[in-house]
Design a protein around this ligand. Sequence first.
Ligand SMILES: [Zn+2]
Length: 375
Amino acid sequence: MKITSNFDSGNIKVLAINEPLDIQLEINPDNGSEFFQWFHFRLESTPFLGHRLHINGLEKSAYPEGWEGYDAVASYDRQTWFRVPSKYENGSLIIDVEPEHKQMYFAYFAPYSYERHLDLLAFAQSYDSVDIETLGETLDGRDISLIRVGEPSSEKKNIWIIGRQHPGETMAEWFIEGVLHKLLDDEDPHAAALLSKATFYIVPNMNPDGGARGHLRTNAIGVNLNREWKTPTLEKSPEVFHVLNKMHEVGLDMFLDIHGDEALPYNFVAGSEGIPSYSDRLAKLETEFKQALLTITPEFQDEYGYPKDEPGKANMTVASCAVGEAFNALSYTVEMPFKDNANLPDSYFGWSDRRSYQFGQDMLAAVLNVVEKLR
Ligand SMILES: [Zn+2]
């Protein structure tokens, strides 16, 4: 029996692996930080034999409530990721499984590798409407890549979509893959209509270092990028520094920052109602956008989410608030579940890579309802 996590986005610590029914594991915290929740590893053992995996110490994880009602994600071929029944007891996630093959992969959510990220950039660059720009380098020396779709013009709105500030929230890049595939489909009517009115600026992966290192929430040195938008620095948060500079260079009329939420089993958005310059105009845009989304997809709801900020009480270090304020623009944090959508549960897949991809496409379609009014 063997467990390894020595690959892209791998993360697990083996405490004991003597008996198939008594495998004891822990999750390594993000480098330079106390956050941990993301795991990704491969078990190699005898197939068709009962195994019990305990992931321990989770009462100290970033979101202990994220383990209640959560089933781990697993795969044999690293393409199809399905759920394996899990239960949370006394700070341990217990996974009971009878592997069908010698090698079985486990993860917190369907991984989105750095290689797949590079494949997405390579796919996009073959389109005439696309320009890919390297804005700068991360602390580990990876590229911070921006995909522009559509020709810039002062007549057009500038719509920015970023994902994976929190690298373990891989559903964000599945979502963005959906957005890009739809936007680059030359027979897609939403894409055609949108691209006549807007230029898209998309950062599929804000935190490639954290992703490759198997982090949940921070970059290479343990910095939470979504608390860096007030005063990003090249030393601590070059990812935010370069992207925010580019936003100021080209302009911004709408912003979507894509995330995953560990605890809530719903898709929802968090607005910028607490920023100093929040106005009736922004409130109206938010309502129209949410109404469009509710009409387009039953995966979206507006009942469960984060408590709304009091007027003027927004945390201005958070991307959606800082950007909404700086550009007086419609600005949302988008949250998808790690667990499932409780309004449309699927016991085999739960919330998944495919559903995140589809949700990205549906949200893109909803942008069409507000694009004319963004400025
Ligand atoms: Zn997040």
